[in-house]
Design a protein around this ligand. Structure first.
Ligand code: ADP
Ligand code: AMP
Length: 214
């Protein structure tokens, strides 16, 4: 099963993608996590990506596409994968389609987690991320057991630099300009499914399972 998670930053793509990956036993591929891991490890890619991420801008397609194409051709992706945060532009979607066409495959589902902008600002202000293992929490909707410490690995949880209010507004406008057109793109391909992302997390997941099958 090959799935794309669509939706605004903070809509809950990562939250749902992790559960989908666990249930259907497919890898969760988050470009944001890959970039953050590169930043943490001080790689050249990380240094380049950080300048864009800190401004709430998109990392250029030429730095993003190849790394996803390499990742989806790895052995653990042979039964499918869930893409979270990719594609974010029409050229990225076209690059993905072209890479899959070459190996005689197509995407199965593009799931749009639909959340209005006014909810997004609260979501992102309350999001706390573990930069060690990538787990995500929310101070109100999904708090850690011990304040400020990741449940999974015990490391500190932090407010991401790009979740600060001034950057959130910029990311939302980038989303509307560059990523939202993908909804139409996948609608035309006949693989778009939409879920109401304002529901509690477990209900959003139930709606997704109803689409994908138990
Ligand atoms: P995305 O991957 O789309 O950027 P996340 O999955 O990181 O979004 O979710 C953004 C924030 O909102 C996180 O703090 C997460 O815990 C919280 N969140 C996710 N889904 C819901 C939901 N259905 N209701 C309330 N909060 C949610
Ligand atoms: P995310 O973790 O998905 O919220 O992504 C955090 C940031 O990483 C984004 O605001 C972008 O700067 C960058 N990023 C992640 N995925 C992509 C992508 N597919 N294309 C371009 N930039 C991306």
């Amino acid at each position: 099963m090959k799935i794309i998670m669509l939706g605004a930053p903070g809509a809950g793509k990562g939250t749902q993608a992790k559960q989908i990956a666990a249930k259907y036993e497919i890898p969760h591929i988050s470009t944001g996590d890959i970039f953050r891991a590169n930043i943490k490890n001080g790689t050249e890619l990380g240094k380049k990506a950080k300048t864009y991420m800190d401004q709430g801008a998109l990392v250029p397609d030429e730095l993003t596409c190849d790394l996803v194409m390499d990742r989806i051709q790895q052995e653990d992706c042979k039964n499918g994968f869930v893409l979270d945060g990719f594609p974010r532009t029409i050229p990225q979607a076209e690059a993905l389609d072209a890479a899959l066409t070459k190996i005689g495959q197509t995407m199965d589902y593009a799931i749009d987690v639909d959340v209005p902008d006014e909810n997004i600002v609260n979501r992102m202000g309350g999001r706390r991320a573990c930069l060690n293992c990538g787990a995500t929490y929310h101070v109100v909707f999904n708090p850690t057991k011990v304040e400020g410490k990741c449940d999974a690995c015990g490391s500190d949880t932090v407010l991401r630099d790009d979740d600060k209010p001034e950057t959130v507004q910029k990311r939302l406008s980038v989303y509307h300009d560059q990523t939202q057109p993908l909804i139409d793109y996948y609608q035309k391909q006949g693989i778009l499914k939409s879920v109401d992302g304002t529901q509690p997390m477990d209900q959003v997941f139930d709606a997704i399972v109803a689409i994908l099958g138990a």
